[in-house]
Ligand binder design. Structure first.
Ligand code: FE
Ligand code: FE
Ligand code: ZN
Length: 279
């Protein structure tokens, strides 16, 4: 059974978000831990979390993916921005243990803002070494990036360099975003096997824990990061469906970050992915 779901708001609580997911045929979902631009997270509500567990059991939701605010930058040149990133990461990871233990927490590695990738990679690893703890059950994922601006994590090498410097690296994995790697230059349309071989060689496929399944508004190598609905962009539906069916990937959870105004828009994508999958 394909594990797939969209990004859903938790503004009305976790139980409501899980109900929303179930209502469109999803069996997982992604959510922002707090306002995507940062700020304080809403206090957790014990009654909501209990109801969330019930909805999950009923809807067959066995995994969820949290997404850190995308303004988070653990490799900023400014000490206060780095401090904010540390504080947010630590707080989010602590909350994940309460929301649902044993789940995934995804972050964008950061932007080096002119300091160079080498300096940034050390800063990111340093941040992870400060927030990861051996007793944590949550796995922190580094997302592959499109390489717009000074984003770190466009290449598998950069991601591997970060992980190599993390002491508790057993708590670290990778989330591959199909739009981002395509925009970053990897040919997931014509050479998916080669791209996965490269990932395996440089990072290790066992690190790959989740997929962001998005089409792209731009041709390969554009470094733009503009998501498109499945089948309406340069990657195309066939290639995206092939990603969900690849033997190395088919058991991973897939998350749709495609541009739909309404939740209902994802129902069609989920249905079509399930219908075309034969593994
Ligand atoms: Fe992301
Ligand atoms: Fe993504
Ligand atoms: Zn993106």
């Amino acid at each position: 059974m394909l594990t797939v779901g969209p990004h859903i708001s938790i503004a009305k609580g976790f139980a409501a978000a899980a109900c929303d997911a179930a209502s469109i045929g999803a069996n997982t979902f992604q959510f922002f831990t707090r306002n995507p631009r940062g700020g304080k997270a809403k206090a957790l509500d014990a009654a909501d979390l209990a109801a969330f567990a019930d909805v999950r059991a009923e809807a067959g939701i066995s995994c969820i993916l949290a997404h850190a605010p995308y303004t988070l930058n653990p490799c900023s040149a400014k000490a206060d921005t780095r401090g904010f990133a540390l504080q947010t990461l630590a707080d989010d990871l602590a909350r994940m243990e309460q929301i649902m233990p044993g789940q995934l927490y995804n972050m964008h590695p950061g932007a080096h803002v002119g300091q160079g990738a080498d300096v940034a990679i050390r800063m990111i690893a340093d941040a992870l070494n400060q927030v990861l703890a051996s007793e944590q059950t949550t796995t922190l994922l580094l997302e592959t990036m499109a390489g717009k601006g000074s984003e770190v994590g466009r290449t598998f090498e950069e991601i591997a360099d970060i992980i190599e410097r993390v002491e508790l690296d057993g708590h670290v994995g990778v989330c591959l975003d199909t739009c981002h790697v395509w925009d970053g230059g990897y040919d997931v349309v014509g050479k998916l096997d080669d791209v996965l071989d490269e990932f395996d060689r440089i990072i290790g496929l066992s690190r790959l824990r989740a997929i962001h399944l998005n089409d792209s508004k731009n041709p390969r190598g554009a470094h733009k990061d503009r998501h498109e609905k499945l089948g309406e962009g340069y990657i195309g539906f066939e290639a995206l469906s092939a990603v969900t069916q690849h033997p190395a990937l088919c058991d991973l959870p897939f998350y749709l970050e495609t541009p739909h105004d309404e939740l209902q828009g994802y129902a069609g994508e989920i249905e079509r992915l399930r219908a075309t999958r034969n593994c």
